[in-house]
Design a protein around this ligand. Structure first.
Ligand code: ADP
Ligand code: ASP
Ligand code: MG
Length: 607
């Protein structure tokens, strides 16, 4: 018998009428002869209302009491939906997270699922009942049986975890939009529906502020190969398929705390070009990468660090075979930049490095686990490996290092992360041969307005510094996002130094700053800068690998709107720029349009 897990979000069960409509849909699925497990969120904005209630009593309520409070929202909707099903003549039973056997860590407000005991569900399914489960909540594995929640938006995670544990044939996420769109329809009215997206792309988008799917849900789908779709609960349209690769066999024990890192990968075919002291104004990156694209050179990583005075540094990597062309473009552009900015005191300079290697750790288990990147940096530091460039994404952390150190770094990383498989050489183009459709270079665009940027000036340029900084933040449970290390080396008191900047959640910015101020005193670096007036704009697409011109088009769209790029960071399938908060939405709209993602008709958002 086919087993389907369906999840309905807050808006989808926001009123009595909506609950009745959902009941009809569930009944129809069951009548077709399927076993159905339904996961529901709290009605409408209930969770927000509960949060506000708590705040009106306490500025910092305990996480345990918050879980006790917030978990009630889902309990209301499961009971009502179960009643609505019974009214339709459909046998049904509502169960809380605890009753259904969703066992989690004892970590209140952000618990990870350890295990799902499926016996009780199975018993009810065998009786022909539809099971209505409260999303977002679980019960701790400790003797105290604490009620826990999985973090905001966590019902998606409950649903996909149940589908994995039950070996469901499909997990359907029903929401208030037709599926996953090219960008947030509330910000860009002509965002278009995607027919499909890969888990890796969705992980990047989901963590970049596309809240349509909780990133941890995507991580579970990817790890266990759960067939996943996102659809509208208002229509019969097929929605968006989220495709996962064929998963490696994994135990269901420790469901969400399985190994964070699946593999170590490397690339020794790239060289680095850095342009130092280019003017900090709109159009510079567009100019440089436009010319590089015209020469048909594919760039891999791009990093623009925080500006110093009125100049920036931009560094990128390209295939060694294309280095001469890339260098020629950079050399040709540097003098133009010099003459066009009289305010720039020191002249732009081009530096080329052929002897580099990129080593990376990959795996979907790194999300929300700040210790993983820190452990990578520590492992490299212990081997005496200095990190030249860092690039982070949701599923990969890459470091550019001296080519001579590559073998040692790979061996040390494999040991540290207990990787037995041999390290993989990274592909240089997307392999489209086993895909029926051509993967678009850019699948979607996301704007994250909840981030802040922290920067540390003049960190001494030697092994171990990144490990100390990010190790400390990990200890404070702060997840950092994009990490950017400057190319420019400044000699302070005889020691070469670089600046390190990174983004993190705005809510963590103050704690992060205080921690770094303390560290600065002991490791002797410069000023700590905090900027909360930033927005992160990112383009995501697995098809951008090996395709020249994607970055150029992105930067050109921003230049045309006269939007200055503060920093640039990339991963294999993502390019992110920080821009001023006030430019965020305008930038998003321009970039969405530049990649031809805007359709003619606006997609309707239900409410
Ligand atoms: P639910 O309550 O069903 O879980 P959410 O509010 O959590 O729904 O997520 C759906 C919302 O996500 C949409 O209403 C939309 O505003 C927002 N969203 C942001 N980015 C995207 C995107 N790329 N595609 C679809 N929806 C998006
Ligand atoms: N009700 C919870 C929230 O609003 C969980 C969810 O909807 O996924 O965050
Ligand atoms: Mg949601």
């Amino acid at each position: 018998m086919v087993l389907i897990v369906q999840k309905y979000g807050g808006t989808s069960v926001g009123s009595v009428e909506r609950i009745q409509a959902v009941a009809k849909r569930v009944r129809k699925t069951a009548k077709l002869g399927n076993n159905v497990v339904v996961v529901v969120s709290a009605m409408g904005k209930t969770t927000d209302t509960l949060v506000n209630l708590a705040r009106s009593i306490s500025a910092s309520p305990s996480r345990r009491e918050m879980d006790m409070l917030l978990s009630t929202g889902e309990q209301v909707s499961i009971a009502l939906l179960s009643m609505a099903l019974q009214e339709l003549g459909q046998p049904a039973i509502s169960l809380t997270g605890a009753q259904v056997g969703i066992v989690t860590e004892a970590e209140h407000s952000r618990a990870r699922i350890l295990q799902i005991k499926t016996q009780r569900i199975q018993r009810h399914l065998d009786r022909g009942e539809v099971i209505v489960v409260a999303g977002f909540q679980g019960i701790s594995s400790s003797n105290d049986l604490e009620i826990t929640t999985l973090g905001r938006g966590g019902s998606d995670t409950s649903a996909v975890a149940l589908a994995a544990a039950l070996g469901a044939n499909c997990c359907e996420i029903y929401t208030d939009v037709p599926g996953i769109l090219t960008t947030d329809p509330r910000l860009v009215s002509d965002a278009q529906l995607m027919a499909e997206i890969t888990c890796d792309e969705m992980l990047e988008l989901a963590s970049l502020g596309a809240k349509v799917l909780h990133p941890r849900a995507v991580e579970i789908a990817r790890n266990y190969g759960v067939p996943l779709v996102v659809r509208s609960s208002w229509s019969e349209d097929p929605g968006t398929k989220v495709n996962s690769p064929i998963p490696m066999p994994r135990s269901l024990d420790g469901l969400e705390i399985t190994k964070a890192v699946d593999g170590v990968v490397y690339d020794i075919d790239r060289a680095k070009v850095a342009l130092l002291r280019v003017p900090d104004r709109p159009g510079v990156a567009a100019n440089l990468f436009g010319e590089i694209a015209r020469q048909n050179v594919d760039v891999d990583l791009i990093i623009q660090s925080i500006h110093e005075g009125n100049t920036n540094d931009i560094a990128f990597t390209c295939l060694k075979g294309e280095l001469n062309k890339a260098e020629a473009v950079a050399e040709a552009i540097a003098p133009v930049l010099r003459t066009s900015s009289s305010a720039v005191a020191e002249e732009a300079e081009v530096i080329v490095d052929k002897e580099i290697a990129k080593v990376a750790i990959a795996g979907a288990g790194m999300i929300g686990r700040p210790g993983i990147a820190a452990k990578m940096f520590k492992t490299l530091a212990d081997e005496g490996v200095n990190i030249e460039m860092i690039s982070t994404s949701e599923v990969q952390v890459s470091c550019v290092i001296d080519a001579e150190m590559c073998d040692r770094a790979i061996a040390a990383l494999s040991r540290a992360f207990e990787i037995n498989s041999s390290p993989l050489q990274l592909p240089h183009s997307t392999d489209e041969s086993h895909s029926s459709t051509v993967i678009p270079a850019v699948r979607g665009v996301a704007l994250d307005r909840n981030q802040a940027r922290l920067a540390i000036r003049h960190v001494s340029d030697r092994p171990g510094m990144a490990a100390q900084i990010f190790g400390l933040l990990a200890e404070k449970n702060i997840s950092v996002d994009t990490i950017i290390q400057s190319q420019r080396c400044r000699i302070i008191k005889g020691i070469p130094t670089r600046d390190i900047a990174f983004t993190l959640a705005q809510t963590d910015a103050e704690v992060g700053r205080i921690a770094l101020e303390e560290l600065a005193a002991t490791i002797g670096c410069g000023e700590i800068l905090v900027n909360t007036e930033i927005a992160k704009l990112s383009i995501v697409g697995a098809g951008m690998i090996g395709k020249p011109g994607v970055a150029a088009r992105f930067f050109a769209a921003l230049a045309q709107e006269k939007i200055n790029i503060e920093t640039i960071a990339t991963s294999e399938i993502k390019i992110s720029c920080l821009v001023a908060t006030e430019d965020g939405v305008k930038a998003l709209q321009a970039v969405h349009k530049a990649f031809g993602l805007a359709g003619k008709e606006a997609v309707e958002v239900s409410s």
